[in-house]
Write a protein that binds this ligand. Structure first.
Ligand SMILES: Nc1nc(=O)c2c([nH]1)NC[C@@H]1CN(c3ccc(C(=O)N[C@@H](CCC(=O)O)C(=O)O)cc3)C=[N+]21
Ligand SMILES: [Mg+2]
Length: 291
């Protein structure tokens, strides 16, 4: 093994601490805490764990946490009414509806009901449109976390060849937009890409977000490449990424582990987005140097 292991857990802890300090300054300036509302429909065990850890991290960062748990058979109108109630609630700066929703619900319609000013997941059509157009807005947490790790590891990304594997709304598409804005030459690969290994071999930066355990092989990589593994797959009870870690670590220059890489960054960036939304909504200037 030769690759440097990128410690996302440590980076995320430091980011959460900085966000917490900025949140304390926000409370002093605005006379209220920044607030994050998380909505969970149903009782999927993994989602319940994530929602609980988001709530804990929110309170630890000196923000208010509002948890709304609804039964799995909640109807569309009830869920949209809750989102509208949260839109109207001044104590709420960020709204996250935990995905996926139960099948009978229209996920797109629920997300579209979120006030873009409170869209800390960056998933509404308005947020996605702003990102595509290069207008300041709220950016999805996982790709934002990946970008922060890459910039910390590499510095200026200008002119680098990057490949994003996976074109999901939550990760792949916004990741490609962020890397493009950071002046990378971006290939957005997906399940229909022909000769993926050929494309990966050109890349200085590889972001794997396909949702298949060990899909990206070390032999495909350009020696010295920086590899960001977004995958969270459960195999025989263990968490593994979308990259075959051992083979990749012998070729890459740096690589994120799973767990302890991108996952913790997602929650840290959710708090960062909530802080950003709170400042914008309250008309208080955020000291960007702090976070
Ligand atoms: N609207 C919405 N926004 C999301 O951002 C969202 C969502 N829905 N639904 C579910 C996925 C999943 N997700 C994770 C967040 C943190 C970790 C994380 O901290 N993972 C740890 C390990 C956790 C463990 O051990 O299970 C790690 O990778 O080190 C993982 C996954 C956010 N998601
Ligand atoms: Mg380091």
């Amino acid at each position: 093994m030769s690759a440097e292991i990128i410690d996302g857990k440590e980076f995320a802890a430091a980011l959460r601490a900085r966000v917490g300090e900025a949140a304390t300054a926000f409370e002093a300036a605005a006379g209220r805490k920044a607030g994050l509302a998380v909505v969970l429909v149903g009782d999927d065990p993994a989602s319940t764990v994530y929602v609980r850890s988001k709530g804990k991290a929110t309170v630890a960062a000196n923000m208010a946490s509002f948890e709304h748990r609804l039964p799995a058979d909640t109807d569309q109108a009830t869920l949209v009414a809750l989102v509208e109630q949260l839109n109207a609630d001044d104590a709420v700066d960020g709204i996250l509806v935990q995905l996926p929703l139960p099948k009978h619900l229209d996920e797109q319609a629920v997300v579209a009901a979120i006030d873009p000013a409170k869209d800390v997941d960056g998933l509404t059509p308005v947020s996605a449109g702003r990102l595509a157009l290069g207008i300041d807005g709220l950016v999805p947490c996982t790709p934002l976390g990946c970008l922060l790790l890459l910039q910390d590891q590499i510095g200026d990304l200008s002119g680098m060849d990057a490949i994003v594997i996976g074109r999901s709304i939550l990760v792949g598409k916004p990741m490609a937009a962020l890397l493009t804005a950071a002046n990378c030459t971006v290939t957005l690969a997906h399940s229909r890409t022909r000769d993926l290994a050929h494309h990966v071999a050109r890349a200085d930066i590889v972001v794997a977000a396909v949702g298949r355990a060990g899909f990206v092989k070390g032999e495909w990589l350009k020696p010295g490449a920086t590899v960001i593994d977004v995958g969270i797959n459960r195999v025989d009870g263990a968490l593994v990424g979308d990259v075959e870690f051992d083979s990749a670590a012998s070729v890459a220059g740096a690589i994120t582990p799973v767990p302890g890489g991108v996952g913790p960054m997602t929650i840290a960036c959710l708090l960062r987005n909530t802080l950003t939304a709170a400042h914008r909504r309250a008309g208080v200037t955020l000291d960007e140097a702090l976070v």
